[in-house]
Design a binder for this molecule. Structure first.
Ligand code: TLP
Length: 345
């Protein structure tokens, strides 16, 4: 095993920058439950302004931001339409059923978005049996499809087509979508009633996510965050890093996107025959189908590259700020030269 490892497991592995650590040490703080943490208040105002919403809320994680959004928008026993591979459906421990008592109406999102005709079918189902669709959720960028971006025109049509049903955008990597498409985050989120973003992923902050929406929605979400035990006290020490993340770490995401393309080319060359459903990544995630993901993950590890499967036949490589050119060159060679590995039956 190599001591040197290139970590492509996720952009969540990124460590806070020196500027973040300084800001954290110097942060002005207060008890956030009383609305007295000036740094948390500043971060929430900054995010709300960036995404063009009235208000925002700082939460400990992206999962909690999604769960709070779902609890706030819905009533128990109602249905939430979402792509079957989305984080809210497939990666949140069944949380929506437990935390909000909702059921999912699953749509095919294998290419990163879902067909609006499918959503229309879900809506018209309401006419035939007692089925109340309380929310539509989308993920932008869409992680399991390889960080794909919702096409803006399609997003606009979606916003029209949901009508009075609220639309929540899991924008854990919203800034990746913005940097790659050249469209502002406010424009991307304009049709969504609520949007959440993680500062703890590619933007490099150690902890935290933000949820934005109307002032009324955020007041209700603040209450629901409390119900889940997510209220925080002198949270300015974390919010300070989030402010640095939103103010200084966005533009450099373009570098991660270029590096993902390099790794994608290596994957295409090495696994051309076995890797299916493969496309040049739009952002920082290379995701591809492979019949032996566990063996592949082990083989990559022995070659000095850490990468995790995200499903029984789905492999993922993620680029981020804590990689440099030498790491990418190393991973590129390791993938291209990966020896044949045993097949696990
Ligand atoms: N995703 C993690 C894992 O849970 C898969 C990762 O390494 O990518 N929405 C999306 C689209 C996400 O990818 C994630 C995290 C979340 C929400 C949840 O964020 P956290 O981990 O902060 O709770």
């Amino acid at each position: 095993m190599n001591d040197y490892m290139v970590d492509l497991r996720s952009d969540t592995v990124t460590k806070p920058t020196d500027a973040m650590r300084r800001a954290m040490a110097e942060a002005e703080v207060g008890d956030d439950l009383y609305g007295e943490d000036p740094t948390a208040v500043r971060l929430e105002a900054l995010y709300a302004e960036m995404v063009g919403k009235e208000a925002a809320l700082f939460l400990p994680s992206g999962v909690m931001a999604n769960q709070v959004a779902i609890r706030t928008h819905t009533k128990p026993g109602t249905w939430v339409a979402a792509g079957s591979n989305q984080h809210v459906v497939a990666f949140e421990y069944g949380g929506s059923a437990r935390n909000a008592g909702v059921q999912f109406f699953l749509l095919d999102d294998s290419d990163g978005t879902f067909g609006l005709d499918e959503l229309d079918a879900a809506k018209s189902t309401q006419r035939y049996w007692d089925f109340s669709l309380s929310l539509v959720c989308i993920e932008n960028t869409h992680m399991p499809s390889g960080g794909r971006i919702w096409d803006l025109a399609k997003l606009d049509r979606l916003a029209q087509s949901v009508g009075s049903i609220p639309l929540h955008m899991d924008g854990a990597r919203l800034f990746n979508a913005s940097v790659a498409s050249g469209v502002s985050v406010a424009r991307i989120a304009s049709g969504a009633d609520s949007v959440m973003t993680c500062v703890s992923k590619g933007l490099g902050a150690p902890v935290g996510s933000l949820l934005a929406g109307s002032a009324d929605f955020i007041a209700a979400a603040r209450y629901e965050r409390g119900v889940l035990g997510g209220q925080m006290r002198q949270v300015g020490v974390l919010a300070a890093a989030g402010i640095v993340a939103l103010s200084t770490m966005v533009d450099r995401l373009a570098e991660d996107h270029e590096r993902a393309k390099v790794l994608a080319a290596a994957v295409a060359e090495r696994f051309g025959e076995t890797a299916s459903d493969f496309e040049i990544p739009q952002t920082n995630i290379v995701a591809f189908d492979h019949p032996q993901v566990d063996a592949l993950s082990l083989a990559l590890k022995s070659a000095g590259v850490l990468a995790n499967p995200i499903g029984p036949k789905r492999m993922r490589l993620v680029t981020h700020k804590d990689l440099d050119d030498a790491d990418i060159e190393f991973a590129d060679k390791a993938i291209r030269n990966l020896a044949d590995f045993g097949v696990l039956e």
